[in-house]
Ligand binder design. Structure first.
Ligand SMILES: Nc1ncnc2c1ncn2[C@@H]1O[C@H](COP(=O)(O)OP(=O)(O)OP(=O)(O)O)[C@@H](O)[C@H]1O
Ligand SMILES: [Mg+2]
Length: 450
């Protein structure tokens, strides 16, 4: 049997005891609770696969489902169950129910989990209501064939969302194929996407299938979709309309059954307005829009995510989990997170490794060499997020001798995003790719009082 336990929460001690006995009889491990707070403290997707929760605690049903989507919930109580099901319960049993009934429900849930495999690590943390709404959209659209366009700043979790949509779709048995359109040189992109046939060009010694064909019966993720040329936009539009691709040098089109998800961290509407991105292609891709808010506008996610990363890193490094001091929590909550969740993950990873006791204090967060948090302490109250972000970026660049690759990695953003931000500050495109030096006059544009 699985090593995962089944949690129980009910104010009625007799109910809890009976359920615990029944679960033990099934060869599973019960974790019984009559106290809501104790339950909330203990529950987590690494120890519990299922939670049976009485609908006196419908808020707990909702909260558990939101934070730990991987945990299946069985609601119990004397109502009709509508409220529990709406809050996220997979089943509802009306009291008094017979042992066989709950046993059957548990067996179904346990076996469907086994079919899903042990891959589900509950790594999609959602606590803020802003993300709760997005989770709702994901649930609704995942089973459909509709194209989804995910917009959001770098590091907000667009890729995590795309993977979730695939995993919850009818195509989950098929491949999930991602391609970052910003990372591949334009000249190679067409053959990468559509494949080529032997002899199509010098060096094409054999047929090669492209990403679209690899995604047959599955999902293709077009990452940073705004970054392609007009020519390729036209080709992509045709592929989406006709559901078939032309290999480079191919004689006839090939039918492909794919679902397309695309992402961008640019303002794609602006790209369309300015004529850089085809409107018809935008409409094709944007059937279901998902706008992921930056971490700074969903602060309720910060601490649950920090705890999640602490657990994840403790597990990976085989070290003790650590707690956060009150000051450390405040620092995390007040920081603007220009690199979003990716940056939070980096900060937690660093402080887990740098702190020696079993608590992470604000010094541990700050003492990381070149830590963006160090820079944060210099920002003054009353400055806008935009100003703080700019100062942070310029100071980080300064601290690494204008090495943009390193600055981007410290900030938890892509080099492309860094470049876009820098262009935004200066209003021109003078910066080349790679680690071009940042003009000295700019790095001191915003002197900071420390
Ligand atoms: N809701 C979440 N729960 C847990 N981890 C998350 C969540 N959102 C993001 N992450 C983690 O944050 C990191 C960045 O997420 P992701 O790669 O999906 O961002 P992105 O929006 O695609 O960024 P980019 O635009 O730079 O490609 C990943 O390590 C991911 O696992
Ligand atoms: Mg991404």
């Amino acid at each position: 049997m699985s090593s995962m336990g089944i949690a129980i929460l009910d104010q009625d001690k007799a109910t809890v005891n009976i359920l615990a006995e029944l679960i033990a009889d099934m060869g599973e491990t019960p974790s019984p609770f009559i106290d809501k707070d104790k339950f909330l403290e203990a529950i987590n997707p690494r120890s519990h696969s299922i939670a049976i929760i009485c609908d006196d605690f419908v808020d707990v049903i909702e909260g558990t489902k939101q934070v730990y989507d991987a945990i299946e919930i069985v609601g119990i109580g004397t109502a009709d169950g509508a409220e529990s099901l709406k809050a996220g319960a997979a089943h509802y049993l009306k009291k008094p129910f017979r042992a066989e009934e709950i046993r059957r429900v548990l067996e179904v849930l346990l076996s469907s989990r086994q079919r899903k495999g042990a891959k589900d690590n509950g790594s999609f943390v959602v606590a803020d209501p802003a993300m709760g709404r997005i989770v709702e959209i994901i649930r609704k659209v995942a089973p459909t064939q509709a194209p989804v366009l995910i917009q959001g700043e770098s590091g907000t979790g667009k890729e995590v969302i795309a993977r979730n949509i695939h995993a919850l779709s009818k195509r989950r048995g098929g491949s999930y194929i991602g391609i970052n359109l910003a990372a591949i040189p334009e000249t190679l992109l067409e053959s990468e996407l559509f494949g080529y046939e032997k002899g199509a060009f010098t060096g094409a010694y054999a047929n090669r299938i492209g990403r679209f064909e690899q995604a047959d019966n599955g999902t293709i993720l077009l990452d940073e979709v705004t970054e392609i040329s007009q020519g390729l936009q036209a080709k992509l539009l045709r592929v989406l309309q006709e559901r078939q691709i032309d290999r480079v040098g191919g004689k006839s089109p090939i039918k492909v059954d794919f679902r397309v998800i695309s992402t961008t961290n640019r303002d794609i509407e602006e790209e369309v307005r300015s004529g850089r991105f085809r409107q018809d292609l935008y409409f094709r891709l944007n059937v279901i829009p998902i706008k992921v808010p930056p971490l700074r506008s969903r602060r309720d996610d910060i601490l649950p995510m920090a705890l999640h990363f602490i657990k994840k890193i403790a597990l990976r490094e085989d070290i003790q989990e650590k707690t956060l001091t009150r000051e450390a929590k405040d620092a995390l909550l007040n920081y603007p997170w220009p690199g979003n969740v990716r940056e939070l993950e980096n900060v937690i990873e660093r402080s887990m490794i740098l702190s020696e006791g079993n608590a992470i204090s604000v010094e541990h967060i700050d003492q990381a060499p070149d830590s963006p948090m160090t820079v944060r302490t210099a920002s003054s109250v009353g400055s806008t997020i935009h100003d703080m972000e700019k100062s942070l970026i310029l100071q980080t660049l300064n601290s690494v001798d204008n090495n943009r690759t390193r600055a981007a990695s410290l900030l938890g953003i892509s080099i492309r995003t860094l470049r876009n931000k820098l262009n935004e500050y200066t209003g021109n495109g003078q910066f080349s790719d790679g680690d071009g030096a940042y003009p000295a006059s700019e790095t001191t544009a915003e002197p900071m009082e420390t």
